[in-house]
Design a protein around this ligand. Structure first.
Ligand code: GLY
Ligand code: MN
Ligand code: MN
Length: 465
């Protein structure tokens, strides 16, 4: 938790951005795995933690925009709870820690919301994503469960996006800590990239590194020699000499700030010429994207420039053909990079995705592009100082997608399909860094995890000793 002034100031800012009514910020509850008391690791809601700082289940924050009153609803633990859980702060003590004066029992929440409704006041809430909070919101507001997403407050969503998009110094320090954890995880994975090693063994070790630093990874680890599957959570293979191991993983801090990195290593420690050629193109796209990222530049334009580096590199190899600008305009590069260049990152690895990507990544000026590949770009809008984003170009050879495009002659003017026969077992390469947008450019968050092919080979080989 940060000190209480941080949360007082954040709530003050929020009140300046919402005109009237009451704001409800629902904390998360424990989530059961297989019976009520056997729960997943608790994860607080990011909007709640941003404004109310408390990392406990069963809380709701209420802000009365007009009177300025702030309240926390939740129940004190009973003696029975304390016997099982150890000593706990009272609700009043918790409220004091985050600068809130009024702590009330949970059931009083219903009275407060009912009173606001009876006086015709606006009830602002964010789109709920957990079943229990959908039920709670339904009970509080009588909005049907199916309508809750649509009835979420756009005014509140936009206010939160405004505040959370720009990271302050405290947050940047947290993000650097999360990056340091991610660095350790990735170097450990590289060292284990050897033939005969079970992928799950590497996934378990790096998850353990994150946990042993105090916190779980910031998202379920993606790790496979089948890196052509973009979010591959299946770690069942035994690594084969000569394949590529793609690892997309990051850590988080106790305050929930995330890191999100991808590295791709040659199993056994030496890139083949074919792998190195593709690797160099992805690395060039990554470096170009970092160079171009600065305030005022749209991330959509950076995405398209990275796509051009990819199309140009693949053209040099005879895999693509024709005019590079036209190829990217037609979306031909998306056969190889069917995802976006990156996304916002902060308290969530895909920051604020619960609020709706359209509000986080786009605005009235820059609208989503409805073309395969670029349609998956989560962040298109102009960058601002203080944004934290990922830069994650990749090249993948996805047999099913190649077959589809080949048989339907999709973008056939730009792709030499017969050159692809040699790449069906290639896998995929993604190289992901985390960037802070500065006053005049972008800087990497944390030390750069080894990325030049020679450095990566060296680290993999160190692991064999
Ligand atoms: N870790 C998922 C992603 O890179 O977006
Ligand atoms: Mn990632
Ligand atoms: Mn990412």
């Amino acid at each position: 938790m940060f000190n209480r002034e941080v949360y007082i100031e954040r709530r003050k800012q929020l009140k300046t951005k919402v005109k009237d009514g009451i704001i409800l910020l629902l904390g998360n509850n424990e989530a059961s795995m297989n019976y009520p008391d056997n729960t997943y690791h608790f994860r607080q809601d990011s909007n709640f933690i941003y404004f109310f700082g408390l990392d406990f289940p069963g809380l709701v924050g209420l802000i009365d925009v007009e009177s300025g009153d702030e309240m926390l609803f939740g129940d004190d633990y009973t003696m029975d709870d304390i016997i099982w859980m150890g000593p706990q702060d009272s609700m009043q003590e918790k409220a004091v820690h985050v600068g809130v004066k009024k702590a009330m029992p949970y059931k009083k929440l219903f009275d407060s919301v009912q009173e606001a409704i009876s006086r015709g006041r606006k009830i602002h809430f964010t789109p709920p994503y957990r079943g229990d909070n959908k039920l709670l919101l339904h009970e509080l507001t009588r909005v049907s469960i199916g309508d809750l997403q649509e009835k979420a407050s756009l005014e509140l969503i936009k206010a939160i996006v405004d505040l959370r998009s720009v990271k302050d110094e405290l947050e940047i320090e947290e993000l650097k800590k999360a990056a340091a954890g991610g660095y350790e995880m990735h170097v450990a994975a590289m060292k284990m990239a050897h033939p005969g090693v079970w992928e799950q063994n590497i996934a378990g070790i790096i998850e353990g590194i994150s946990l042993s630093n105090g916190n779980p990874p910031s998202f379920p680890i993606i790790l496979s020699q089948n890196g052509q599957t973009l979010h591959n959570h299946v770690h069942s293979n035994i690594l084969d000499e000569g394949r590529l191991l793609l690892v997309d993983a990051g850590s988080q801090t106790s305050n929930y700030y995330a890191s999100d990195f991808t590295r791709t290593s040659p199993v056994g420690g030496k890139f083949s010429q074919k792998q190195r050629e593709i690797y160099e193109i992805v690395l060039a796209a990554n470096n170009r994207a970092t160079e171009l990222s600065k305030p005022g530049v749209s991330y959509l334009s950076v995405h398209l420039e990275a796509a051009k580096v990819i199309a140009d590199g693949l053209k040099q190899l005879g895999i693509m053909k024709g005019d590079v600008d036209e190829a990217v305009q037609a979306g031909a590069h998306a056969l190889f990079m069917p995802h976006g260049l990156g996304h916002m990152m902060g308290l969530d690895v895909h920051d604020m995705e619960d609020l709706g990507q359209i509000y986080v990544g786009y605005d009235h000026e820059i609208r989503p592009v409805n073309q395969f590949g670029t349609s998956a770009l989560r962040l298109g809008r102009r960058l601002q100082e203080g944004f934290v984003i990922t830069n994650e170009p990749g090249i993948y050879f996805i047999p099913a997608l190649i077959e589809k495009w080949k048989s339907e002659k999709i973008n056939a003017d730009f792709i030499n399909f017969n050159r692809l026969d040699d790449y069906y077992n290639f896998g995929g390469i993604r190289l992901e860094d985390d960037l802070l947008i500065t006053a005049d450019g972008a800087e990497l968050i944390g030390d750069r995890i080894p990325i030049n092919p020679g450095e990566v080979e060296k680290i993999v080989c160190e692991g064999a000793k």
